[in-house]
Design a binder for this molecule. Structure first.
Ligand SMILES: Nc1nc2c(c(=O)[nH]1)N[C@H]1C(S)=C(S)[C@@H](COP(=O)(O)OP(=O)(O)OC[C@H]3O[C@@H](n4cnc5c(N)ncnc54)[C@H](O)[C@@H]3O)O[C@H]1N2
Ligand code: MOO
Length: 410
């Protein structure tokens, strides 16, 4: 059994970055740039007014209430370049080209207009006031965004403004999910196109509705991963081998749920061995999620996640999510952490590190009722996990603890 930190170090040391591909800008949000992107043009491309008002030569305004004749108008979108003669003013709109020879724009609130005359109330007028210079945001040829940038909606807007419509980004992994367990039944609506059956459904004694494939598909989609293949098998060795082989051949990452512990019908471990998966680690000193397995088969990375659903999701957030992010070119792969005062006392045996389902604000964190690993009710309300190393096995209200913020924190 290895420690949480050792398990994370193994992930960092084993997971490669996938190859890059060209992608339309509109689809690239959430991806990481694989090359520096250079600005093909300057922004702004011409001198722009940042106010509605009057373009003037600042030195013509020698005192408050200087009157100037208004000789022309510059509107946003005009394709006609204007030249300002000294001693005149041009009516100008926000975003419009500033005429050559004009050195400032006086906002209209500081100007009285009567007929063709504009009286500038402001004095002095500062050179370049309300004028955006060519390349003030970025110069042509400068690095617009460096390799490794995680593309946000802000990045997409910035690049669109630079006329960049295709970007080279790291590919996101495809993920295969294998669900094992004789007791599992798909929710009734799942096989009828989502039409709800209502009531208690059609469960027979000893069965439960299967929840982990829906949960994993949901967290993967939230990460922008859409290439997802799901297979369901009973607790049967040949079926498990066949499904794992198919998923490993077709995907970059395989996640299995259940069947990884020491039970007589837990076939995942032996099946992984049979298809030749090389073990990186098996069993981590943590609760929940002790029987976690991580291995590789050529270029496919396999996580056998423990079956208890809260253990499945904790292992996803702590190990699988970082691996998926690393493959997609992200460096900041782990959940963000905050040191926060805990609101309630909590103690545990201290043989393994603990991850607690919790709700965090920016100032405190509260462990939720229902920490057992079969309980998802608490996870349904959690926006954080509290990480308590085994050395911190008794905490009092106000003690600082490490809170890992889930992607849905806010
Ligand atoms: N003798 C021991 N027994 C167990 C140990 C141990 O060390 N010695 N470890 C326990 C721990 S910790 C965990 S976690 C589980 C993990 O076992 P498996 O990965 O083999 O999981 P299963 O036995 O298949 O399932 C556990 C539990 O979760 C439910 N489950 C599984 N898959 C799903 C799903 N897709 N949707 C909903 N629920 C699911 C399953 O019905 C079981 O209740 O082993 C302990 N036992
Ligand atoms: O992973 Mo188990 O859930 O530690 O109980």
């Amino acid at each position: 059994m290895i420690s949480v930190q050792e398990a994370k170090s193994h992930i960092l040391a084993t997971i490669p970055v996938l190859y890059a591909e060209f992608m339309p800008l509109g689809e690239a949000v959430g991806h990481v740039l694989a090359d520096d992107l250079l600005a093909p043009l300057a922004l702004p491309p011409f001198r722009q007014s940042s106010m509605d008002g009057y373009a003037v030569h600042h030195a013509d305004i020698t005192q408050a209430n200087t009157a100037l004749p208004v000789v022309a108008e510059s509107r946003a979108g005009t394709e006609v370049p204007l030249v300002l003669e000294r001693g005149t003013a041009v009516h100008i709109l926000t975003g419009a080209p500033v005429p050559d020879g004009a050195t400032a724009v006086v906002m209209r609130e500081k100007v009285r207009r009567a007929g063709d005359m504009a009286t500038i109330e402001l004095y002095p007028v500062i050179e370049n006031e309300n004028v955006r210079s060519v390349g003030q945001q970025i110069k042509k040829g400068d690095v617009a965004l460096p390799k490794g940038t995680y593309l946000t909606p802000g990045s997409v807007g910035f690049l669109a403004g630079l006329n960049i419509t295709t970007v080279k980004v790291y590919r996101k992994p495809s993920v295969g999910i294998l669900v094992t367990g004789d007791e599992l039944v798909q929710p009734d609506g799942a096989s009828s196109g989502g039409v709800p059956s209502g009531g208690e459904g059609t469960l027979r004694f000893g069965q439960i509705y299967e929840s982990s494939s829906a949960m994993l598909a949901a967290v993967l989609r939230a990460e922008g991963i859409t290439d997802i293949m799901i297979r369901y098998v009973a607790d049967d060795a040949p079926a498990t081998v066949a499904a794992l082989r198919e998923l490993a051949e077709e995907n970059d990452v395989v996640l299995s749920t259940g069947g990884v512990s020491v039970g007589d019908y837990d076939y995942v471990g032996t099946s992984l061995e049979e298809i030749g998966v090389e073990t990186v680690f098996y069993k981590v000193r943590q609760r929940p999620g002790k029987p976690l397995f991580f291995g590789r088969n050529d270029d496919t990375f396999i996580f056998a996640l423990p079956g208890n659903p809260a253990a499945t999701l904790v292992c996803y957030y702590q190990y699988v999510l970082p691996a998926l992010r690393l493959m997609s070119g992200r460096k900041d792969c782990f959940l963000p952490k905050l040191k926060l005062p805990i609101t309630h006392a909590f103690s545990f045996k201290g043989e393994r590190d603990e991850f607690l389902k919790a709700t965090a604000t920016t100032t405190t964190v509260t462990p939720l009722e229902g920490q057992e690993s079969f309980v998802l009710r608490s996870f349904a309300m959690a926006n954080a996990l509290i990480y308590l190393p085994s050395t911190q096995n008794s905490v009092q209200p106000g003690d600082l603890v490490e809170a890992h913020l889930l992607p849905f924190f806010c």
